[in-house]
Design a protein around this ligand. Sequence first.
Ligand SMILES: [Zn+2]
Length: 458
Amino acid sequence: MQTLIEVYEHDKERILNELMTFLRFPSVSSEEKHRDDMLACSAWLEEYLQAIGMHVERWKSSQHPIVFASHLEAGPDKPTLLLYNHYDVQPVDPLDLWKTPPFEPTIREGNVYARGASDNKGQCFYAIQAIKMLLQRDGTLPINLKMVIDGGEEVGSSGLAEILASKKEQLRADYLAVLDVGILKPDIPAVTLGTRGLITLTLEVQGPSSDLHSGSHGGLVNNPLHALTTMLAMLHTPEGKVAIPGFYDDVADLSSQERQQLDFSFDTEAYRSEFGVLPYGGEKGVPPLERAWIYPTLEINGIMGGYGGSGFKTVIPAKATAKISCRLVPQQDPHRTELLVKKFLEANVPEGITATITSHPGIGKAMRTSPSSKIVQAASQAYEEVFGSPCHYILEGGSIPIVPELAQTSSSEAVLMGMTLPGDNAHAPNERFSLNRFKQGLAVITRIIDLLGTTSKF
Ligand SMILES: [Zn+2]
C-alpha cells in the first residue's frame, strides 16, 4: 500500500493532468449539442484503457456509447469484480454561478473544480489509476476485473438498460461495485448497502375545453386546480403516511441485526444549518433516517396550472398538472406500486373532471446487500485501512435505477461506494472533488482488488 502511494505521489502531476483532460470533455448526456463530445469522451476512455492493458469495447445504444473494459487473466478460480462508473455529466446551468468555467478544470485549495469532478469522472479516474498501478506493479491483476463506464447515468441509463440482456455473458461477475456514492465525513468512511427504488408519474386533470372567466363560471364548473389539489391532499394521512390502500403491503421491516449494523445517527442541528429547515417530513414518530432509508415515500415534485404571472388574472384554468414520484424499498414492486397510485387517483377524480396519468421511463427497484457479503467485507476493510477509522454502513434514500438490473444481469452481489461528500456540489454549480479523497479512493480500490485476490472464488 505504502509503495503504491509513493508511486502515486511520484506520478501525481501526470495523473492530475490526465484527469483534467477527462474533465475537459463537455460530456452532457441530456443535451443533443454535446452528442459529439460524448463520442469523443468515450473514444478517449477507450484509448486510455487500451493503453493500460485492458481489453476494451464501446457498446452502441440508442443513447450514448457505453465503454466496457476487462482484464480476465486471473483464471476461473479467482473472483470477478465488475466496477460501474459513468462518464456523462449533468448540464451546467446556471452558468453565471460558477467561479471558474465548468469545463476548464481548476485546482483551488486542494480541490479540483469542474462539472463531473466528483460525479463521476473523478471517481471513475481513480479507479482506472488503481488498475493501472496494479498492472504496472505486477504485470497482471489478482482477480478478473470488468469495468462498465456508462454514458447515460444522468438520463436514466436507458441505453445501458436496453442492451443489458444481450451483454449478460460479458457482464457476468461475482461482485459489482458501483462507485457513484460517498462517505459520511472527510474522516469517516462508509459503505452503502442499498438504494431506494423509483417511479415517476404525471397527473393531468382537465375540466372545461378552454380557460374560463371566474366571475361568469365560478360556482358552475369544477375548477381543475381545486380538483388537482383535492386529489393530491388525499395522498397522505394527517400522520404523514401514504394513504393509498396496499401501498405498504410489501414493506419488510429490518431485522434487529440489520438495524444494529446500520448507522442511523442524524444531526438535526447540522441538517437545519445546511438546509434551513427541520426534518418534519414523512411519518410522525419515525426517526429521520428510517423515513429516508427504510420506508417508501410519495412526493409531489411539481404543480402547474392557472395564472402565475405578475398582478392578477381571474381565470378558471382548463387544466392543471402535477408531477408525482415514489421512492420504494426492497420487496416493493415498482409496477404494482404504480398501479396502486393510478387506481387511487382514478377513484378520486371529482365530477366534471377527467384525469390522465402517465408514467415515465427510468422506473427502478430498490436494492439491498448484506453486510456479511464478501464484497462489503473487502470494501469496509479497505476503507478502515486507508482511513484508520471504523467503516460505517449506511443506506441511500436516492435511486440509481440501473444498479438492481445490472446486479441481476451480471449475477453479482452489489455494493455502492465512493469518496464524495454532500459539499462536493454534484449536479450544482462549482462541483468539486478533493485531491486527497481522489488519492484515498485510489488506495481503497487497489486494496479491495488485492483483498479479493487473496480469496479464491468458493
Ligand atoms: Zn453519478
